[in-house]
Write a protein that binds this ligand. Structure first.
Ligand SMILES: Nc1ncnc2c1ncn2[C@@H]1O[C@H](COP(=O)(O)OP(=O)(O)OP(=O)(O)O)[C@@H](O)[C@H]1O
Length: 640
């Protein structure tokens, strides 16, 4: 396979060939089974950023992080962005990928002469972030298959072939059927690049693709990157820390940054002569990358000397820019095409399948929780075992076991905050890269989670309430619906917090606040009439008063209790503090309401369920709003 540098690239179609075992060659630009017009759609592309400035504001103080950074990169070329720690490499990638929402970007960023927008980024670009994460319960092959389907890269029958090809191309055969959670650092990075290649982007950003890898793995992955840039005619911008001489020499161009300014930008082979021309020759047997980084590292070199080097390049740059790519004219490459993508219905169906696979394999979030509901509710039922009798002295305990059976399960939804926060970070990356839309994610997740709430209810109530606590069997459907709807409220709260609060620990703390709030304002610890009036609002918006009232009625309605005050001619002379006569479920509830005002002998179940559904809907809407808001957050590029 040809791997030599494309130093004399012209706008003519480069001939990318590899030799098969028989010695004949075949074109490897595109897989035969792959759609030829997908994604890339642009064979010759030019990416230009000019006078890029980035500032952050802290109080009234404005700090400049990038100063007038400019360059133009053509198809098939790799631009390696190097610089000491804190030089601004990651910020540059964030600004170019419209991800730098923490400051103000000014300048021009254009692909084929068209200003970069979020839509254009999603269509033509792909960014692999420094700490890229993959779905832990999918294998490498499954991850790629779903990505291929979502990017609609080929006909369904051809997808496995396309994926197999990319697996081989990225050297992932050995771990193709290994779950992502068990991939090595290098394999995970190869997988990130493989997903990116499935999209066939015009422009690929890689932030520190070699971080944490040993020298051999780093060299290997960088060789792959350079190779795919040529093969796939992609423009690649990647940040890198101290590449080896061999890796450094494989790049087409390099940008050396320090203090947010350029110290050199241009062809790799011209960097050494340039630094020599300004009085910094490369010492013998020294890695050029290391030499440049030592020169511009203000932490370890003389700051004034570093500033001098940066000033010298600023003077030289206009001249260098005129000779840069003198053999091709970027102006001739104009316009961008649209990307073909899967329809919403098929996207939802792919997301649904992917989500279902992960749910089935995740030992904690769903299956684990179902088992925990069962165990914890059985324990609570055993603690309250005496309350299984329809003895009026046990009526209050029946109330409490009804509360525990839902509240303990609701409390465990706190794990969902953490897990969903993690999940959403991956979804953010996928929406950023145009793989999925927020709508398909929300729809697939909602369709899947609703029946899971019913399954949770069967685990939580089946044995604990019906086998142990002797709740009448015919109440099961309505008791199950009431319980599942209440759990769904807490699931929606967890979803909302996982999206709105970036830090999962803070989100979990807020969830616990909500849970305790629900308890406090449920009407059984303190009656509504005794609450200091502004707080009464919480009684109405928290779910437990509706839950307890409805569930107690559901369970008590047609029950008959053991009589009390037997032998007393009138109720007032009977010493029992609690006695319903005749001992019907409704009368027992009316008696109980004297101590727990939240319960009632006559309840409109439909009305209470409707209110619970409205509370769930409210939280679901806040979650959906969060998903749409967060996935649409992009930084703007303002004019200088
Ligand atoms: N979110 C942020 N808010 C404020 N300043 C930031 C933010 N992110 C980065 N910076 C600042 O921008 C400067 C450049 O940071 P950047 O992460 O781009 O460096 P880098 O060259 O990628 O370093 P490293 O190689 O260590 O990752 C640093 O001074 C950093 O403190």
């Amino acid at each position: 396979m040809t791997e030599e540098k494309d130093t004399d690239a012209t706008q003519k179609e480069p001939k990318l060939v590899e030799e098969d075992e028989s010695g004949s060659s075949k074109n490897i630009n595109n897989s035969s089974s792959r759609r030829s017009n997908h994604g890339k759609g642009m064979d010759s592309s030019v990416f230009r950023f000019s006078n890029l400035n980035f500032t952050v504001k802290k109080g009234s103080k404005e700090t400049k992080i990038l100063s007038d950074v400019s360059h133009t990169v053509k198809w098939g070329h790799v631009l390696a962005i190097m610089g000491p720690s804190g030089a601004g490499k990651t910020v540059l990638i964030s600004a170019l990928t419209l991800d730098a929402t923490f400051g103000t970007t000014r300048g021009t960023v254009k692909l084929n002469g068209v200003p970069m927008t979020d839509k254009m980024f999603k269509t033509h670009s792909y960014v692999v972030v420094q700490h890229d994460k993959h779905w832990p319960y999918l294998t490498c092959r499954e991850t790629l298959l779903y990505a291929a389907e979502l990017y609609d890269v080929a006909d369904k029958a051809d997808m496995p072939t396309v994926v197999d090809e990319i697996i081989t191309k990225m050297g992932l055969d050995v771990c193709a059927d290994t779950r992502n959670a068990r991939l090595s650092g290098g394999q995970a990075r190869r997988l990130s690049i493989a997903i990116a290649l499935l999209k066939q982007p015009t422009l690929l950003f890689l932030d520190e693709p070699t971080t944490g890898l040993d020298a051999a793995a780093a060299e290997n992955i960088m060789n792959e990157i350079v190779r795919v840039a040529k093969e796939e005619r992609i423009i690649i911008l990647c940040t890198i820390h101290q590449p080896s001489t061999k890796v450094y020499n494989s790049f087409d161009e390099t940008m050396i940054l320090s203090k947010g300014r350029e110290a050199y930008t241009g062809p790799v082979e011209e960097a050494v002569p340039y630094f020599e021309s300004i009085g910094y020759p490369l010492p013998v047997q020294t890695n050029p990358a290391e030499h440049f980084l030592d020169l511009v590292n203000a932490d370890f070199s003389d700051d004034a000397e570093v500033t001098k080097i940066l000033d010298m390049w600023e003077e030289k740059r206009p001249e260098a820019a005129t000779t840069h790519h003198k053999d091709w004219k970027e102006e001739e490459v104009t316009g961008v095409t649209d990307m073909k993508r899967a329809s919403l219905a098929s996207e939802v169906s792919i997301m649904f399948r992917r989500c279902a696979t992960m749910i089935a394999r995740d030992p904690i979030l769903y299956m684990g929780r179902a088992v925990l509901f069962l165990i914890s509710n059985i324990i609570f039922s055993l603690v309250y075992l005496k309350a299984r009798k329809y003895d009026q002295n046990q009526a209050a305990n029946k109330l409490w076991i009804t509360i525990w059976h839902v509240a303990v399960a609701n409390n465990m939804s706190v794990v969902a905050v953490y897990a969903l926060n993690d999940e959403f970070k991956t979804i953010l990356r996928e929406t950023k890269n145009g793989m999925v839309t927020p709508l398909s994610y929300v729809l697939a997740k909602t369709i899947l989670v609703l029946p899971i709430m019913i399954v949770f209810g069967i685990f939580a109530l089946g044995i604990p309430s019906y086998a142990i606590m002797d709740v009448p069997g015919d109440t099961f459907p309505i008791v199950l619906i009431t319980w599942s709807l209440t759990l769904y409220i807490y699931e929606c709260v967890a979803e909302s917090l996982s999206v709105w609060i970036d830090d999962p620990i803070l989100g979990m703390l807020q969830f616990m606040n909500f849970w305790f709030g629900g308890f406090l304002f449920g009407g059984f610890l303190i009656a509504k009439r005794d609450m200091f009036w502004p707080f009464t609002l919480f009684y109405y918006v928290m779910p437990y008063s509706y839950y307890v009232r409805t569930q107690m009625y559901n369970q008590f309605e047609d029950t008959t209790w053991e009589p009390c005050c037997v032998g007393y001619t009138n109720r007032t002379s009977c010493p029992e503090p609690f006695c319903a006569d005749p001992p019907t479920g409704s009368n027992v509830l009316n008696e109980l309401s004297k101590s727990y005002a939240v319960v009632q002998g006559d309840v409109s179940v439909g009305e209470n369920l409707l209110i619970l559904a409205c509370i769930a809907l409210f939280w679901k809407l806040t979650y959906i709003a969060g998903v749409f808001y967060k996935t649409r957050q992009v930084s703007k590029i303002l004019p200088n």
